[in-house]
Design a protein around this ligand. Structure first.
Ligand code: ADP
Length: 347
């Protein structure tokens, strides 16, 4: 059984082992062995292969087991929502954290799956930087809990936050499998999945493994180059048959703290125009607010600590629309489907 990604041409086993351990913090932390096809016996352990004692000698169909495990974990989650953008730095992780907090403030059970392998910032935004995940005795990796949110991220597996991740696609596939199936999410109303920017391997694999997605929120900033990219995200969702909750225009106008004049640093209104043009809902504008940066850096989600401010209100309004969209699509799906009974009654 190969412990290395397909296409690896290194012959020396020791060298390969070192290569793996050096580049793959997950392998180092959790002794990951790459999934390969053994015989077709199905494994029904709730353990992910990466943390299973029998992994090295196991001859079972690991690919099948991984998919089964993801399906098992995901069936306990009412709504899976992707937060995406085609450009980095537009505020996707900040939106994810604040929408999650808004939903949790309403009493929902919420998790965040930080799928950004190369820039996992969610832990920093909830003050959980440097924390490590533990493995439970009943099966699975225990997500980190902060502000009543369950969180899993690559960041929790890094020895040093400055370490870059240099992975081939096969490792990324394994990691995405672990985050969805290896983590013991338990019952959740919402799992927000913070995708990395772009429409590459991570996004495609995540959608493929999830099977059904309740919807995608596309975050953009108002300037022309960001809008061009957000349109790619819309097309990607349509091609992947992922329902689009709508577009968020982030960093939309700054109110000068001294004279209170509006300054449109990245221009304004482009996100709304883009949504209209692409025929998808517009979810609203979030102002460029310096306090968002300060609080994010301090690990204090803005929508929780400044719940009554206009910027927080913008996050709450977007969260309301995510909730309404998911409830509506769930009620459509309920025909012919058993529910997990997780949804609370209308409030
Ligand atoms: P992405 O996930 O798209 O790469 P981040 O969420 O990490 O982007 O945000 C990038 C930076 O922009 C962070 O420093 C964050 O605090 C800041 N930021 C995000 N949204 C806002 C906003 N509305 N106002 C001011 N700063 C913001």
């Amino acid at each position: 059984m190969s412990a290395f990604p397909e296409g690896d041409t290194t012959n020396d086993e020791g060298e390969r082992q070192q290569w793996s351990q050096k580049r793959n913090p997950m392998a180092r932390e959790l002794n990951v062995i790459n999934t390969g096809s053994g015989n077709s016996d199905a494994c029904t352990y709730m353990w992910a292969c990466a943390i299973c004692d029998e992994n090295e000698r196991c001859q079972k169909d690991k690919e099948g087991h991984s998919r089964w495990l993801v399906a098992k974990r995901m069936e306990r989650i009412e709504h899976k929502v992707l937060i995406m953008s085609n450009k980095g730095g537009v505020g996707k992780s900040t939106c994810t954290t604040n929408i999650a907090v808004s939903l949790a403030l309403k009493g929902w059970h919420v998790g965040i799956c930080d799928m950004d392998i190369h820039g996992p910032n969610i832990p920093k935004m909830v003050g959980a930087e440097g924390q490590k995940l533990k493995v439970s005795t009943s099966g699975g990796i225990i997500p980190f809990q902060a502000y009543n949110l369950k969180i899993a991220s690559m960041s929790f597996l890094l020895q040093n936050s400055d370490d870059p991740i240099i992975w081939r696609d096969a490792y990324k596939y394994e990691f995405i499998n672990q985050l969805l199936g290896g983590v013991d999410w338990q019952d959740l109303n919402f799992l927000l999945i913070d995708l990395p920017p772009g429409t590459g391997n991570e996004s495609v694999t995540t959608i493929d493994l999830l099977g059904t997605v309740s919807g995608a929120v596309i975050v953009t900033t108002p300037q022309e180059v960001a809008l061009l990219d957000s349109r790619k995200s819309v097309t990607f969702c349509k091609d992947s048959e992922v329902p689009i909750v709508g577009i968020v225009e982030n960093m939309s106008g700054l109110e000068c703290p001294h004279c209170h004049t509006q300054i449109d640093v990245f221009r304004k209104g482009g996100g709304e125009a883009s949504a209209l043009d692409m025929g998808v809902p517009f979810l609203g504008r979030i102002p460029l607010d310096p306090d968002v940066v300060t609080q994010s850096d301090a690990g204090e989600p803005f929508a929780l600590f400044n719940s009554d401010s206009p910027t927080a209100e913008a996050y709450h309004q977007i969260a309301n629309q995510v909730e309404a969209f998911c409830k509506k699509s769930a009620s459509l799906l309920k025909v012919g489907r058993t529910t997990t009974g997780l949804l609370k009654g209308d409030r």
